[in-house]
Design a protein around this ligand. Structure first.
Ligand code: 8X3
Length: 248
């Protein structure tokens, strides 16, 4: 049975990826900070299909300690780098520097570090990497500043990995969703339910399951086929126009 490691498995797209991949015959190592949610998934899915690894993705020592206690024989064939977040919607000149650093630490540094750690094993097993980027990688929007920058990094890092891994059989995909209704906006706004309701209300956004099904599809493709990048939006969302600021 093939094994996937899914980061940020406690909620949203990550949790939906766990269920979708398990249904498709994978067993999952799910990582996250909220141990009780990982325990619940282990009870629901069974210890033979789901192993929870509790750590903050930014804490390399905790990560390494958790990854040496995997169940016997659970060699990783697929890395789903899902853990990530947006913090704040302020324009750059009013943004909180600590929020910027947290996004960079989580969306870039932790993703790069885990990928670096698992690359030798993934090469050995001719595995795959699926990175969760965003439409914000390609289309800038006001208040997206560092969040968009981190997701542009994830996209370009994915493409760079493809280049470096040529000939190894390892597949790499950058998944770039637009508006998905998850905890995303509550996290971004520090728990502002009104911001969540206003953004998603009447917009028929994508669901975590929509993205998870895409990840599962990519993961289950035959080994000769690589999806480089895949951008998704709900039908209700499209591209913002250019802004023009006028004098006076
Ligand atoms: C976030 C995409 O469209 O909700 O990754 O800003 S969007």
């Amino acid at each position: 049975m093939k094994t996937a490691l899914v980061t940020g498995a406690t909620a949203g797209i990550g949790e939906a990826c766990v269920r979708s991949l398990v249904q498709s015959g994978w067993r999952i190592i799910g990582t996250g900070r909220r141990g009780e949610r990982l325990d619940a998934l282990a009870v629901e899915l069974g210890a033979d299909r789901f192993h929870g690894a509790v750590f903050d993705i930014r804490d390399e020592a905790a990560r390494d300690a958790a990854l040496v206690t995997l169940p016997e024989g659970w060699e990783i064939d697929l890395l789903v780098n899902n853990a990530g977040l947006a913090l704040g919607t302020a324009p750059a000149q009013k943004a909180d520097l600590d929020q910027w650093k947290t996004m960079i630490d989580t969306n870039i540094t932790a993703l790069v570090s885990l990928t670096h750690k698992l690359l030798p094993a993934l090469i050995e097993r001719k595995g795959a990497i699926v990175n969760l980027s965003s439409v914000a990688a390609t289309y800038p929007y006001t208040g997206g500043n560092v969040y968009g920058g981190t997701k542009a990094f994830v996209r370009q890092f994915s493409l760079g990995l493809r280049s470096d891994l040529a000939g190894t059989g390892v597949r790499v995909t950058s998944i770039e969703p637009g508006m998905v209704e998850t905890e995303f906006t509550l996290v971004r706004t520090g728990g502002n339910q009104n911001a969540h309701d206003t953004l998603y209300g009447g917009a028929n956004p994508m669901t975590a399951e929509d993205i998870a099904e895409t990840v599962r599809w990519v993961a289950d493709l035959p080994p000769h086929l690589n999806i480089n990048t895949l951008e998704l939006m709900p039908v209700s969302q499209s591209f913002a126009g250019f802004q023009i600021s006028r004098e006076g």
